[in-house]
Write a protein that binds this ligand. Structure first.
Ligand SMILES: Cc1ncc(COP(=O)(O)O)c(C=O)c1O
Length: 419
């Protein structure tokens, strides 16, 4: 969609507001910048690339073969549904029936009966009043954070929230306080000392790198004591936690609460693509009418919508997949700890094992790949605490012998932890 967009720049009034609300001067006191030859305008990109290389932070795309030869402990296909024939078949059938793309924003030409069915079934499954499907979990988070806050709001976030929530906070123009990880009393303090009446607390339910859970019950209590709403990103809880995989917010008894909003992604447990916001009907109406990442974004493709809908139905019929995913991460954590590796305590389908340095993490992941086990490798700045880790995920489709082989490879290829 297009919207009329006009900026008027004047020397005296132009100012850009930084992420934390600081006002930055736009007009230089030294006069206009000097012209640079066109071929040198982007030279600073190479300087930045060198700095990343020196810090051991180079990132490279590694194409994956269609028929995966490796054991995959790096993906987020927690329930093993991405390659399920029912799910992939539904995607193919929907593309043939509805077309490869959605053709437009949901509000123009993009909304199909598949989107409506997915929203109804997702809301019913999770126990929410209503749901709204977005083209990704990232855009769902941008939409939810920005529309539930704004200039006249305070946002209090856990310091380990996902990048998409951080971007939402930056776009919101709210007063932002990022407090210590998993510390509801710090959230309470930030809420009690805020400037604005309107407030939103933002957290992941299961933190994406270490796989630990937020204390949603304590968070909702501090929100209610101080008049704030709670936004929970349940990307890693849906399909894995709660009754039949209904997610962490359902497990905490909060999916029908009037002051709690949940975001999910369709790209992890449901093996598809896309995202959604679930919550009270008036929240969904507000998002539909005001969320820029919904209004000005092409609707989720029919194939992805049908795949997510079918995966949801499979999850309802086969709830044991959720249990199997949790069992795999618990087994891995026990075995790594017994072998003296610094593993996190997983509470869903994600587990992290710390590495001594970014280079050790990269080398460890490469040795695992050489032996046929693909693992995730997280280094700063993806991890704000500066600790490099392997990130391992469960896939309910792995057999016991697959899991055993992966554990052996990870232990045998571990770097030395002696400092
Ligand atoms: C916690 C969390 N929220 C949101 C997202 C974004 O979801 P999507 O990949 O569907 O855009 C991710 C994906 O990595 C995530 O881990």
């Amino acid at each position: 969609m297009h919207e009329p967009f006009k900026i008027t720049l004047t020397a005296t009034s132009v100012a850009a507001r930084g992420a934390c609300g600081a006002t930055l001067p736009y007009v230089s006191a030294e006069g206009p910048a000097a012209p640079v030859p066109a071929e040198n305008v982007l030279d600073w990109l190479d300087v930045e690339a060198e700095k990343r290389a020196e810090a051991g932070l180079v990132r490279r795309l590694r194409p994956r073969a269609a028929a995966a030869a490796e054991l995959d402990l790096a993906g987020n296909d927690y329930l093993g549904l991405a390659r399920d024939k029912r799910v992939a078949g539904a995607a193919a059938a929907a593309a043939l029936k509805w077309g490869a793309g959605s053709t437009g924003s949901r509000l123009v030409t993009g909304s199909t009966e598949l989107h409506a069915e997915l929203e109804q079934e997702l809301a019913r499954f999770c126990g929410a009043q209503a749901a709204l499907v977005f083209s990704s979990g990232f855009t769902a988070n941008l939409g939810a954070v920005t529309t539930l806050s704004g200039r006249e709001s305070a946002i209090v976030t856990d310091s380990s929230i996902h990048a998409s929530l951080i971007e939402g906070c930056r776009l919101s123009r709210a007063d932002i306080a990022a407090v210590a990880h998993n510390d509801p009393s710090a959230v309470g303090h930030a809420l009690r000392t805020r400037r604005h009446q309107r407030a939103l607390v933002v957290t992941d339910s299961v933190f994406s790198v270490d796989g630990d859970k937020a204390d949603l019950t304590a968070l909702v209590d501090v929100c209610r004591d101080t008049g704030a709403a709670l936004l929970v990103d349940d990307a890693h809880g849906l399909g894995v936690l709660g009754d039949g995989g209904r997610g962490a917010v359902h497990e905490a008894g909060l999916t029908s609460a009037p002051d709690v909003v949940t975001t999910v992604t369709l790209s992890k447990s449901l093996g598809a693509q896309g995202g959604a916001v679930l919550g009270p009907r008036r929240v969904i109406r507000h998002l539909t009418e005001t969320a820029r990442s919904f209004i000005f974004d092409t609707a989720l493709a029919p194939a992805s919508t049908a795949a997510a809908l079918t995966a949801l139905r499979v999850l309802i019929e086969e709830p044991q997949r959720a249990e199997r995913a949790r069992e795999i991460t618990a087994t891995m954590a026990d075995r790594f700890t017994a072998a003296g590796l610094p593993a996190s305590t997983p509470e869903a389908a994600v587990l992290a094992v710390r590495a001594p340095s970014p280079d050790d993490a990269v080398g460890w992941a490469a040795r695992c790949a050489e032996r046929g086990v693909r693992v995730g490798c997280f280094r700063p700045p993806s991890v704000p605490d500066g600790i490099s880790r392997l990130r391992l995920t469960a896939n309910a489709g792995l057999s016991d012998s697959d899991v055993e082989r992966a554990i052996e490879v990870i232990i045998e290829t571990a770097p030395s932890f002696a400092s």
